[in-house]
Ligand binder design. Structure first.
Ligand code: UD1
Ligand code: UDP
Length: 386
């Protein structure tokens, strides 16, 4: 058995790597070792818990209000120590966070090959998303196996002169994760009372919106660094206009734990009877909520990929996206952080039921749920000559 070190640091990495970890557990030649950098804390632990995952080792690196330089330096140094001590056959990283770039650099310094899950996403604008676009670009030349979610992401890598033989189109592992959780939810039959109690949703909001199938409510998330400051203030103004002009509509907003997000959101939206602000939800409950909302307003990468599988349109509060497939398919629409634009696009979905129905029927371009198995097969062949 050869050890393969899966390194994760934040909520989306844990969700998207869980299927890869499970697929590798079934291998007779590779053994997954799960290393947490702890770049996130509560939100990472919540995501691990949804899949009953326990890291083999946790570096506990998060500090409140950490700067990019700080967390980058700490991840490089501590992951490097871990890798030189344990010498896995390869390291796997996922996505575009600081954990990803810093781990890839640590592995490079330790002479250990890197596999990159969700490779080749690009906006070609270094400021959007910031710093994630640059993280992805810098990881590419270090990477030995590029696991691309779509043909388009593979094309990006080929245009950057990455060898074709290193690129594999597998779909996105988030679809594997989503299907896994949906099957679990189908078996469990959770009620709105249970979800509300766990997520901390008030009785009043639960009774009026969640437990009433005829009610209309929008699920909101947001955290992007390029929107910190005025972007979040404007986004909140857009939300306030939606509830002002649609007196039957509710907003449920699980607020990211980054203080740069919480401060403006709490201040602007904390005092409205149809706007419910809660802490981040566990992944299973969040999927349950996505399944029942009318549509989403979000800047999240994962949400853009998941929503087509649930038939939920997403208004994306960003100016660009490295996930153009969802926009091309019609499920996602870029609305930026301009309050007028946010209101206009939400108003269209709230006022035109045909348009809402049309955007609910679209097919998911991000894969069929077999990405993790495909990744395992590639790694077994490469590392164990099978
Ligand atoms: C990070 C990633 C971003 C990813 C997002 C997913 C980078 C540069 N950013 O952004 O790409 O989309 O995670 O959510 O890697 N905090 C807590 N508890 C938590 C998590 C965060 O208190 O569980 C607070 C801390 O004060 C922390 C701050 O949020 O210092 C920022 O966390 P950080 O991981 O640096 O950035 P995110 O904005 O979460
Ligand atoms: N998510 C969650 N709970 C929440 C909000 C989001 O479990 O309260 C999930 C969501 O379904 C998606 C992932 O977290 O799979 C996205 O994480 P985030 O938006 O933090 O990061 P991004 O995808 O933008 O990198």
């Amino acid at each position: 058995m050869r050890n393969l070190c899966i390194v994760v640091g934040t909520r989306p990495e844990a969700i998207k790597m869980a299927p890869v970890y499970f697929a590798l557990q079934e291998s007779s030649v590779l053994h997954p070792v799960l290393l947490s950098t702890g770049q996130h804390r509560e939100m990472l632990d919540q995501a691990f818990a949804s899949f009953s995952l326990v890291p083999d080792h946790d570096l506990h690196l998060m500090q409140p209000g950490q700067s990019l330089a700080d967390i980058t330096a700490r991840v490089i140094s501590r992951v490097h120590d871990y890798l030189t001590e344990t010498r896995p056959a390869a390291v796997l990283v996922q996505g575009d966070t600081t954990t990803v770039l810093a781990t890839a650099m640590a592995a490079f310094y330790a002479g250990i090959p890197v596999g990159h899950v969700e490779a080749g996403l690009r906006t070609y604008d270094p400021q959007n998303p910031w710093p994630e676009e640059m993280n992805r670009r810098l990881v590419a030349p270090i990477t030995q196996w590029h696991f691309c979610p779509t043909q388009q992401s593979r094309e990006h890598l080929l245009s950057e002169r990455i060898e074709e033989s290193k690129c594999y189109v597998t779909g996105n592992t988030v679809i594997d994760a989503l299907l896994w959780i949906r099957n679990k939810l189908d078996r469990e039959n959770r009620t709105s009372d249970e979800v509300a109690a766990r997520v901390g949703i008030s009785d009043a909001f639960n009774q009026r919106f969640l437990s009433d199938d005829a009610s209309r409510w929008i699920l909101v998330t947001g955290h992007r660094r390029e929107s910190h400051g005025s972007g979040f203030v404007q986004m909140c103004d857009g939300i306030l206009r939606i509830v002002a002009e649609h007196p039957d509509v509710g907003i449920l907003f699980p607020v990211h734990l980054n203080p740069h997000v919480r401060q403006p959101v709490m201040e602007k939206l904390g005092n409205h009877d149809r706007i419910e602000l809660v802490d981040p939800a566990g992944y299973e409950d969040f999927v349950w909520l996505m399944d029942r909302c009318l549509f989403l307003l979000s800047d999240s990468g994962g949400v853009q990929e998941e929503s087509p599988s649930l038939g939920k349109p997403v208004l994306v509060t960003r100016d660009t996206t490295e996930r153009p497939e969802g926009v091309a398919a019609g499920t996602c629409r870029l609305v930026g952080t301009d309050p007028q634009k946010i209101f206009a696009e939400a108003d269209l979905l709230l006022s035109d039921s045909n348009e809402l129905a049309r955007r609910r029927r679209l097919k998911n371009p991000y894969g069929d749920g077999s990405a993790a198995q495909q990744i395992r097969t590639v790694l077994e062949r490469s590392l164990c000559d099978r």
